[in-house]
Structures are given as C-alpha cells and as structure tokens.
Design a protein around this ligand. Structure first.
Ligand code: GLA
Length: 394
C-alpha cells in the first residue's frame, strides 16, 4: 500500500519538533479490512478480517508522572491529560468527560486500562496515521490500540492481544460512545502477516487463514463518507436482538435458516430480513474461510458477491456509491468478487483480484466509477499485516 507520506516518519519528526528530544520508543497499530462476515460480530457470529499496511504510529518517551502530553500531528493539535482524571471520572460511573474531540481517545484508553486494574505512567507522544478516517477501515481502533501499546511500553503490564482488544472495545463503547462489536479491536490487536483471521466473536478464538499468493486484496474507497451511521447501526443491533429474543436464542449466531423460516409471519419483516442476513452471512463466512484454505478463489469471490447483495437488500446498509463501485469492480479485469466492507453507508468496498491483473483492475475501476458517479475512486492494494506492536525507530 503506497502511503503518500509515511506516518512513521511524521510521528518521529513531530516528536522531535514538539518535545525537543528524541523519542525512546515507537509503537504502531494497523487499520483493517473485513473480507466477509459483516454485522455478525455483535451477534456472536463469525468474521474474516485482516489487518492492513496502513497504520497509526505513536512516537513516545516515558514520563515519571501520570501526565500524557499528546501531539495529533495529522490535525496539527496538542493536548494534555492526567491519567488520574480519566480514572476518577470512570469511577464516578460517568465515563465520558465531554463528547467528541480527538483527545477523548487518549482519555478513554487510559480509563479502560485503569478500570481493569492496571496502573499507568504517563508519556510524551506524537501520533500520526495514514488510515483514512470514516472510510470503514477502523481508524479509531488503530488509534486506540496504538495508545494502549504506548501505555504498555511506559507502564509495563502484560500484553495479551484479546484482552487488550476487549479493553479497547470498552473504551469505544463506554467512553467514545459508539456501540460497536469486537471485530475491529481484535483484528487490529491480533493481525498476522499474509493471513486473514477467522474470528469466532463468541469465544474470541482465532484461526489464521493464509491468503493465496495468486490474489491481491484491493480496498476501494468510494470517497463518500457515512452519515448518521451511529443511529442506523444501533437500529440494526436492536432489530437483531428483537429477532433473537423472538426465536428464543441467546444470539442470532445460534439460529439457522429453518428456525428463522418457522418464525416468518410472526416476526416483523424488518427484523426477519436483518436476521436472515446474519444467519446467512455467518454460513458464508465459514464457507469463505474453508474456500480460502483450499485456494478456491472463485468460490470466495462468489460468497463476497452474495454478501454484498444481502447487505444491500436485507440489511440495508449499502449506498449508491458502494453499489456502483462494487458493480464496476466486478466487471473489471481479474476480479473474483467484491463487496462493501465495514459498517456501510459509505466508505470502502473490498475486492479480491488476480495478482497479474491488479493494475488493469484499478485503472478500470477508477475510470468507470468516476464516469458513473462523478466521485473519485481511490484504490489501496494491501497485504495482510501484523497487529499492534512496537517497532524499531527509523
Ligand atoms: C463496524 C463495527 C464492527 C462491526 C462492523 C460491521 O466496523 O465497529 O464492530 O460491527 O461495523 O461488520
């Protein structure tokens, strides 16, 4: 993935400029793209995402007190907070200091770590990221895990990726205030080079699935951004819970098509279609992991195509731009399959493309999508990357 200007270098240069010394440590957490298994994570289901080669970096040096000074280089802003303030606010049961604001990520991470019993030391840090914001590539989870890793470096607690993902999901849910599932934080924490991860979102077990060397994963940014995604997302969650309660199962993960079919008529149409998407998407995700393992790329592509149709028609989280880019991608050279990825309503699609056709594929999508919609398509080719960790200073 060819970043315009590398966030690693930007984070380090910003640190030197702002604090007038060298950082001691550099940490990184990637964005992610989901190959299949959409809107299944909060139904205890299956997902098949991979970490991508775009990341958030924090260059840092520890402090002896509980103060965190943070430079957000991409925004050109500086902030400061005391880890004790975040802890005390959390203990009062009122997680959020004030809504919005990039520094809330820092406070939320400090709060989530401390509310799980960890003792934190502060740091001076500079943050830079090349994960596009609002594109459905988990720019927030990348920042959360990078900041958690920064605290790990200064405070010396254990780093267990799944536990860390749970804590960062709490930060996202209770502090940042978005009721997302576990997928983003878990793949950002646990990503494996050249592998997608089949995650069981009930017990958080992970099966790495090697991506066949003959294909590339191409992320296609519609350059449209989602709006009202929070309330639409919450509506979807509630419809799923309604359906699960009606079917008498703990979560839609436990339902199958026969059970659902038996409830048709008794269940309202919206909840029925939302549940149908989830039940079928879980089956598709398991099938896609198996197909990848036997390197049956066309089978994976067909499942991705079905996933998109289901997200568009039954789950109703696609958009005109997403439908257009997916249609254009499918007609382009070398494409095995394509679908919207992430929460939806805008942002990115993902396509599986034959290795030797990638350039022609991208040129075709850019031309045809532009002609059809007037928007600019941006394509990122990415290998599957390693999850959050510490990296060598440049
Ligand atoms: C967002 C959420 C995830 C997941 C997806 C949809 O990315 O953060 O938890 O629910 O939407 O699959």
């Amino acid at each position: 993935m060819n970043a315009p200007d590398a966030p690693r270098e930007r984070a380090v240069a910003a640190f030197r400029r702002v604090y007038g010394r060298d950082p001691t440590t550099l940490v990184r957490a990637p964005g992610r793209v989901n190959l299949i298994g959409e809107h299944t994570d909060y139904n205890d289901g299956f997902v098949l995402p991979m970490a991508i080669e775009r990341s958030a970096f924090v260059a840092l040096a520890p402090r002896d007190d509980g103060v965190v000074r943070l430079r957000a280089e991409d925004l050109g802003e500086d902030g400061v907070f005391d880890v004790a303030t975040a802890r005390d606010l959390g203990e009062r049961g009122d997680a959020r200091a004030e809504p919005g604001g990039w520094l809330e990520f820092g406070r939320g991470v400090a709060w989530a770590l401390q509310s799980d019993g960890l003792t934190l030391r502060g740091f001076d840090g500079a943050l830079a990221s090349d994960v596009p914001v609002g594109a459905g590539l988990s720019s927030s989870a990348a920042i959360e895990l990078a900041l958690a890793r920064a605290f790990f470096e200064t405070s010396g607690f254990d780093w267990d990726p799944a536990r860390m993902a749970r804590r960062m999901q709490r930060a996202e849910n209770l502090w940042v205030g978005v009721q997302t599932g576990i997928m983003d934080q878990l793949v950002v924490a646990s990503g494996a080079a050249d592998h997608a991860l089949l995650i069981d979102c009930r017990d958080l077990s992970i099966r790495p699935v090697r991506l066949p060397p003959t294909v590339r994963v191409v992320v296609l940014d519609t350059s449209t951004r989602r709006s009202l995604v929070g309330s639409a997302y919450d509506d979807r969650r509630r419809a799923c819970e309604r359906a699960a309660a009606h079917l008498g199962v703990a979560a839609l993960r436990d339902a199958d098509e026969a059970l659902l079919e038996g409830a048709r008529g008794a269940l309202d149409d919206v909840a029925f279609r939302r549940a149908r998407h989830v039940v079928r998407e879980n089956a598709r995700t398991l099938a896609a992991a198996q197909a990848l393992e036997r390197e049956d790329v066309s089978a994976v592509g067909a499942l991705m195509d079905e996933s998109h149709a289901s997200l568009r028609d039954d789950y109703e989280v696609s958009s005109e731009a997403l439908d257009a880019i997916v249609e254009v991608a499918r007609e382009a050279p070398g494409c095995a399959g394509a679908r919207m990825t992430g929460a939806g309503f805008g942002g990115c699609a993902v396509a599986l493309v034959r290795d030797d056709a990638v350039e022609a594929f991208i040129a075709t999508v850019e031309r045809e999508y532009g002609a059809r919609t007037g928007h600019e398509a941006r394509a990122y080719v990415s290998r599957a990357a390693q999850g959050a960790g510490s990296v060598a200073l440049p």
